[in-house]
Design a protein around this ligand. Sequence first.
Ligand code: TYM
Length: 323
Amino acid sequence: MRVLSGIQPSGNLHLGNYFAMIKRMIDYQESSELFCFIANYHALTSVNDPGLLRQKTLDAAMDFLALGLDPKKSYFWVQSDLSEVHELSWLLSNVTSMGLLERSHAYKDKTAKGIVATHGLFAYPVLMAADILLYGSNKVPVGKDQKQHVEIARDIATRFNYTFGETFVIPEADIEIDIATIPGIDGQKMSKSYGNAIEIFSEEKALRQRVMSIKTDSTPVDEPKPIKDNPLFEIYSLFLDETGRETLKERFETPGLRYGDIKKELFGIIWEYFAPYREKRAEYVRNEADVVDILRMGANKTREVAQEYLTKARNNVGLNYTN
Ligand code: TYM
């Protein structure tokens, strides 16, 4: 089975990315063929600072490697190293109706917020469909915010296969329901662009400050605390197993609990959890050239798979006129 997902290097990676996607991808490399990439073409829809894009691309690669992605066991590359994806994107565009893209929540939300409606933003789901279909992916582990994008990829693949004959695998979104939308410190969805993220590799002081500013309600100390829609409970739960979560729930429901104490505890847990990964990351930072080599080799290895699907698609639409 082929498992594929990508991440935009538009900011520093955070707990939402880690639990909903990164950690699950790394677990999948033991049981599946894993395809993991840094979506820097997609990041161009929001980043227009070249230095920042370069840096965040390398940062994201180092994050994945430090967190345990093994480039020998998987396919790991930077999206722009395989421009094949754009050729496929064009082929897919011709079976994609405007209506399908006009229904995209991400596009509607962004333009409603005043972000300029560029063609890149509008065509974003087509490029994402190309990412998925170019490698014959069966499963796409994502958070809930990407569900519609994967559904659009399914629609496009189905339409293409219907029009030009069996070409692509129909992919499926793989969403873990409990962590489909991880809240940020303000209770809204954690996001690289909302200023509400707890970053995986923050400095100690910044991390403490972030955790201490998780929004809490004004329930008096001597009353039970709610667990529903409580970002402190939800973020803490990410680090616990079933039994740990049950115990935390009981603690919240027992009068006397102080949110401040729980926040201090949570800071310690997050700091410890990522400690070994921080050390590994520091090694990659010292050896940036090795990271670049890993990415180059990853792109070469992945290109072989891309060529296979692209050639099939080119032939099926009739671009190969010498046949
Ligand atoms: P991106 O970079 O916004 O996010 C990467 C992954 O993290 C998940 N995620 C979350 N999950 C739960 N709670 C949150 N608060 C949260 N924030 C982010 C996202 O759902 C995603 O799985 N369009 C994609 C990148 C992409 C892609 C692809 C993904 C490009 N091509 C092909 C899969 C397949 C994106 O912007 O993810």
